[in-house]
Structure formats: C-alpha cells, structure tokens
Design a protein around this ligand. Structure first.
Ligand code: ZN
Length: 543
C-alpha cells in the first residue's frame, strides 16, 4: 500500500535517536513513509510531516536505535526450545536461569513429554549443557532408555554439534556397534565398543539436519508444526528488538517455510553446501530475493563447536593432552567447494572456530581469490573464534568479514576459561577485529547463545559471564561500537548496508524504541533495558 501526498505514515518525536550514521550521530525525531525513512531531524521538522493519517509516537525522551540484526542464528533450532522439551539451565532468549540441574531432571522432563506422545513418535529435547549438570557428563542412551524404550528419543546439546539418542532411536537409524563413524563425525563408544548414544558433529547432524544431501533422521512432524515454530520464534526475536536474522543452516524445507509463513522478520538464508549444485543449476545466486527473504551465502562447516569442546585448535585443549578438537571437513574437500562456489559468484559463509580451522579457511580463500580475483566478495568466517595477529592480518588482506559470537562469554564463560585457558584473550576478538579494520557483524548463534541483542552488547562491553567471571577484558569495546556491529555491521555482512543498519534517509524503516539509553546505562545493566516498541518497514510489529 503506497500512500501519496507529503505526509508520513509514521512519526516518532521527542526521542533520543542513536542513528548509527556518522554524518548525524544523534537526532530527535524521524518519519517513515512507504516503509522507508523519509526524514530524520528535530521534532519541529518532523511535525511538519504529520497529517491526519500519520501515526505519531511521542517517545518522551526514550532511546531509538536501528533494528538489531543477528547475522548468524538458527531460528528453527531456537524454536525447538518452545515446541519440544527445553533441557537448558538458562532461557534460550534472555539468558535467565531455569530449573534443570541434573540428568534426573532431564529424565523427568522427558518422561512428562513421553506420556503425551504416541508410541513410536519422537520425543525431543534441546539445549542440555553437561557442564552445568550435577553429574558433569553427557547423558547416555541408557539414561534416555529410562524415559522410554517405545519412543525414539533425541536430545541436543547447547552447542548444537552434539546430541544423545536412546536405544530405540539407534535401532530406528540402523546403527549398531559395527557401524563405522561417518566422515567428520563420531559415535561415542564405551570400553567394549558399544555405542553410548552420544553423537558428535556429523554423527549428530545425521539426525538433526541430514548429511550428504540425505534428509535428517528426525524431522519436524509436519509443515504446520514448522510454521507454528517459526511464528513463535519470530515473536520472541521481535520482543528482543531483532528485526532481521541470518539463518545459518537452511535446507529446502526451511526455505519453503520462510516463503509460506507470514513473519515480520527479514531473513537472509545461508544455504547448506549440499544444495550448492542445485542452486547453481537453477541460477539462484547469493542476493536473489527481496528485502523480506533473500538467498545469502553457501554455508560450509569446517570444525566443531566452542561450547562442545570440538573446535579445531593448533595447540591442544587445556587439560587434554594431544586432543585438538574435531575437523569436520578435509582440506581438499574444503578447497574444492570454496573454489567452485566462489568461481560461480556466490558469497561463502564458512564456519570455523579454532585457529587451525580458520587457517585452513584462509588458505582455501586465498587460493580461490588468486585464481579468480573478485572485489567485494564479502566471504564470511562464521564465529572466527580463536584468532592471532597473523590470522587477523590475513583476514584483513583477503577482505573477509568476521561473524563472532556476542553472548558466549555470558552463557559459556565458565567452561570457556577451563577449555581454552589463556587463549580467551584472543577469542570473540571484537576489539582486535575493529583495530585491524576488519568488517564485523553481530551474532549469537542462538540457541547456542542467548538471543538478546542487549545482552550481546552488554557482554561485548563487559566480557563478563553470567557467574561474574571476566574473560579477556582486552577485547572490550564501547557501547557505540557494539551497537554499530549489531546494526550496520550485520547489514554489511549481507550486502545490505545501503538499505538498512542505520537510521537515515531512504533506508528501510526498521527501528527499536528502548526504555533507556544503553550508552548511559551501567554496562552490567544493559540487558535489563526494556524493548518497548519494534518497527519493521514503518509498521509497529511489537509493543
Ligand atoms: Zn551456527
């Protein structure tokens, strides 16, 4: 619906606007029309644009920021915390504590679910964290068999890279002690070689997302359920001030659900590498779509997870001599797909956490760029967690975008200190990225980290965990820089900095009204600032 005439559709007056536009960092009022900002200025200037049909919001001095964009998260996985059994010690969205403390608590929660689930159907649980269970270990198939032997059961670890299934699920998948580990994955075994039910990397992805182009062993039971899940998670994200997301692991069924479910969020999908040949054959390249839904990069995974202690490191894990983590992708295979997708003109989003994995990615990108030079490719390293000066120098030189975690220190601080030791001063290295002039986007990897952008900003500013531990304080950045990363930085990572990420003329009218100014709030209280209204394309979508 286009409105004509000189008057705005929406005006916000008497506000403290943080524009994230260098030419005019602060303003008092804004106006939107046909989905975009048509004026940013003083209240008296904006009142000139108010007519009968204009909705006027008097912000009464409250703060307005551009809509937050989570450049890398997993909406469907996050939705599982809302539609399956949530086994986490913390809320997946705002990080507040919950009541799961032991494997017994997990068994009881799943039992409740099994009672209302028809025999033979999956009982699912998500986001358990063994480091915060009394037993300090992963549950096993035998623990889950206590829930039910008639239902297949799967629970996933908070890292998303590890899971556990019961005996019925192993049977359903045709897995026995004779089954070999899949490439890039591990079936954990006991002393006798028997499968314990614990699945790592590709062994887990076989169940949750499918590997090698095969569908997952578990799938959401119906499209209706998928749509319901998407609507629920969208509401949660909006309530936190998120106006756009990068879905970091999209398969065709997910793409279809985004196309057929009405949600206000803007979505940039990262297509799982298995579908690259199909996309290429169809001529669907990165950037295809519109401002609501766009095909983004080809997503490739090279190593494991920070919270799962499977990131691939050059120096072994603290307290685990000889153990470097899990490499999911072989060098030749990585270089092959990187070259092919780069050559075909796609953006790449490559998951690499450990320094050894990041080096492999940089080598692959360097080769591809040497053979087929291309400006402004904006290839991304997702997470890009453990870095060093040489890595930073190479990232800058190659023009790569870093997409580090923003809430991991808060959620996982305790285990990160234990697993990575002094490496932590060069992990989630926001300050170093900025100092090296590397483009950096905001991301939580939700549900692996809590989704709240305000908690993210707080964590980037304080480097403080939920238990009060400070990790790598040398990587602290200012509130202004953190906001910029979460808006314009994320927009850049999807080639959209010309249309979103700041409050300026002609850009999409996506913004958030906050109860307080984060730049004037005690850093440790930023997460408690209330999101009062969220506007996407000039329409209020949350209040
Ligand atoms: Zn991810």
């Amino acid at each position: 619906m286009k409105s004509n005439g000189r008057y705005a559709d929406l005006a916000v007056i008497n506000a403290n606007i943080i524009t994230v536009n260098n030419r005019r960092p602060r303003a008092e009022a804004l106006a939107a029309k046909n989905g975009v900002f048509v004026a940013v200025g003083s209240t008296s200037e904006i009142l000139e644009l108010v007519g009968d049909g204009t909705r006027v919001i008097d912000a009464q001095g409250k703060t307005v920021v551009p809509g937050f964009i989570d450049a890398h998260c997993h909406p469907f996985s996050a939705a599982k915390t809302l539609i399956t059994t949530h086994l986490s010690p913390t809320d997946a969205f705002n990080g507040s504590p919950r009541k799961i403390k032991s494997i017994t608590d997990i068994i009881n929660a799943l039992k409740e679910r099994a009672e209302t689930t028809p025999r033979g159907e999956w009982v699912l649980g998500v986001r358990y964290d063994e480091t915060r269970l009394e037993e300090q270990r992963h549950p096993t198939r035998w623990d889950l068999d206590k829930v039910s032997k008639d239902h297949p059961i799967h629970i996933s670890h908070i890292s998303g890279h590890i899971g556990v299934v019961n005996s019925k699920a192993l049977e359903l998948a045709g897995l026995t002690k004779e089954s070999p580990d899949p490439d890039g994955g591990v079936f954990e075994r006991d002393e006798t070689g028997e499968l314990t039910g614990v699945l790592k990397e590709n062994a887990e992805f076989m169940f949750t997302s499918g590997i090698g182009g095969k569908p997952p062993i578990i799938s959401l039971r119906s499209e209706d359920l998928g749509r319901k899940a998407l609507r629920l998670v969208s509401e949660k994200y909006l309530s936190l001030g998120i106006t756009g997301v990068g879905d970091a692991w999209t398969a065709p069924n997910g793409l279809k659900l985004y196309q057929t479910t009405h949600i206000p969020l803007r979505v940039y999908v990262m297509m799982i590498e298995d579908y690259f040949p199909l996309l290429k054959a169809l001529g669907l390249r990165s950037g295809f779509g519109n401002n609501k839904l766009k095909i983004g990069p080809i997503k490739i995974v090279v190593d494991g997870a920070i919270a799962g202690r499977t990131a691939y490191l050059s120096r072994p894990y603290d307290g685990m001599p000889g153990y470097h983590g899990i490499l999911v992708k072989k060098r030749e295979e990585l270089e092959g797909i990187v070259l092919e997708a780069h050559k075909a003109g796609y953006q790449l989003a490559i998951h690499a956490n450990g320094d050894k994995a990041i080096e492999m990615v940089l080598n692959a990108l360097e080769k591809a760029l040497e053979e087929f030079p291309r400006d402004n490719h904006r290839h991304r390293i997702e997470h890009c967690t453990v870095v060093n000066t040489e890595i930073l120098r190479r990232i800058k030189k190659l023009g790569v975008v870093a997409v580090p975690f923003s809430t991991y220190i808060y959620e996982h601080g305790e285990k990160i200190g234990k697993y990575y030791g002094d490496r932590v001063s060069m992990m989630f290295a926001h300050k170093s990225f900025l100092e090296h002039g590397i483009p950096v986007a905001g991301s939580t990897d939700n549900p692996c980290g809590p989704a709240s952008p305000l908690l993210a900003i707080q964590t980037m500013v304080t480097r403080k965990s939920c238990t009060g531990e400070v990790l790598g304080p040398e990587q602290r950045i200012s509130v202004e820089d953190a906001i910029k990363i979460w808006t314009l930085g994320s927009a850049y990572a999807s080639f959209e900095e010309d249309i979103k990420g700041s409050i300026e003329l002609g850009k999409l009218a996506d913004f958030v009204i906050l109860s307080n100014d984060p730049t004037k709030t005690l850093p440790a209280s930023i997460k408690s600032i209330k999101v009062e209204k969220v506007v996407i394309g000039g329409t209020v979508v949350f209040e």
